[in-house]
Design a protein around this ligand. Structure first.
Ligand code: ATP
Ligand code: MG
Length: 367
């Protein structure tokens, strides 16, 4: 069992509050990802959980036990860092056994655990090598192996893949997912890479400026972002935003008049808006279509396009200077500056009020 509960956790450095009151429940065997822009406090929050930083106030509980003031070694957690922090003069085997040897663990038991971890991580042929004789990905696996042999209640990872090249990152990402399935352990993983967050997590915690913006499954966050920050942070390419006003508000939805020059009716439930209120409409690149069929048609100018083979990301600019990205299957590429007609899929639009808070829930996506 490994249930972690965080209550109103705060941390300041030199009078600056960095973690500003975090409440979070992490359930046994969950894979939880902390994601957010650089400097938002992800590593600090992880280090507070690990006990590597002292909290300013608040409480951390592991399986009902208050561990807020317990030393890191006694928390039953294992941390894997971005810099693998392997001992260069020790073999892979010794690097993995070191903490257990120090704790006076039974030698045969240690050997058995190392063999098992090496098998899981495909490190068996490398056990007698030194870290400098390993590739980056292999070193990373040793660092993970060192955590596995300690059989912790919770694994803490701080950007463990960011020193690897793109192909290896993808491979290690899959291996981590597999490892989570095999070990059935609770894992907390920090990254600023939203693709890692979306693909690895059962639960994503979006942090911004030391606060939680939203917690939910990757698909909940993708389809129902609670605010403009989460909407803009998750998804590649990013969601496009268009300014406008609520021109008609009804029980069944809200009509929006966009500054870019069209009106459309959005079937959002529980609209708390009044006629005339300023709003921001959000639309993901896959929900913008070429052509003039549809109830909201915009004329835009093509900016640059990015061809990926399977898809093309066409960046476009509206008449009033707002930028959107359209995702088109195949390799259609408009000429730079060409005039294009687009339509928005109203059922997939998101609506935000003047404070950037999502208005209602899309009826289409809630169904
Ligand atoms: N020991 C410290 N003393 C003073 N300020 C610190 C200390 N550790 C972190 N900070 C500050 O706290 C803020 C959050 O840092 P943190 O390392 O948690 O960010 P992060 O979200 O992990 O960012 P990144 O994605 O760049 O790793 C930063 O502004 C940082 O400068
Ligand atoms: Mg960090």
């Amino acid at each position: 069992m490994a249930d972690l509960k965080i209550h109103n956790l705060k941390k300041g450095f030199d009078g600056n509050e960095i973690i500003k009151g975090i409440d979070l429940d992490i359930r046994d065997r969950e894979f939880v990802v902390f994601v957010g822009p650089s400097g938002c406090g992800k590593s600090t929050l992880l280090r507070l959980i690990a006990g590597l930083e002292e909290v300013s106030s608040g409480r951390i509980e592991l399986d009902g036990r208050d561990i807020t003031d317990v030393s890191p070694a006694k928390r039953d957690l294992a941390m894997v860092f971005q810099t693998y922090a392997l001992y260069p003069h020790m073999t892979v085997r010794k690097n993995m056994s070191f903490a257990l040897d120090l704790a006076g663990a039974d030698k045969q038991e240690v050997a058995r655990k190392i063999e098992a971890a090496a098998r899981t991580l495909e490190l068996e042929p490398l056990l007698e090598r030194k870290p400098r004789q390993l590739s980056g990905g292999q070193r990373q696996r040793v660092a993970i192996g060192r955590a596995i042999v300690r059989n912790p209640k919770v694994f803490l990872f701080d950007e463990p893949l960011s020193n690897l090249d793109a192909a290896l990152r993808v491979q290690m990402r899959l291996e981590l997912s597999r490892l989570h399935q095999e070990l059935q352990a609770t894992m907390i993983y920090v990254t600023h890479d939203q693709v890692e967050a979306m693909t690895l997590a059962d639960k994503v915690v979006v942090l911004n400026g030391g606060r939680i913006e939203q917690v939910g499954s990757p698909m909940e966050l993708y389809h129902n972002p609670a605010n403009l920050f989460v909407a803009g942070f998750l998804g590649t390419p990013k969601m496009g935003f268009l300014k406008g006003r609520a021109s008609r508000v009804e029980a069944s939805g809200c009509e929006v008049e966009l500054d870019a020059g069209c009106r459309l009716f959005l079937p959002v439930s529980g609209a708390t808006l009044k006629t005339g209120d300023p709003v921001t409409l959000g639309i993901r690149p896959e929900h913008l279509n070429r052509g003039s069929e549809g109830n909201c048609q915009l004329t835009v100018k093509a900016d640059v396009s990015e061809r990926l083979g399977s898809d093309t990301y066409c960046h476009v600019v509206t008449g009033n200077g707002e930028q959107l990205t359209m995702r088109i299957r195949g390799d259609f590429t408009p000429r730079y500056g060409e005039s294009l007609s687009l339509t928005l899929e109203a059922t997939h639009c998101h609506l935000f009020d003047s404070n950037g808070v999502a208005v209602g829930q899309s009826l289409q996506q809630a169904a």
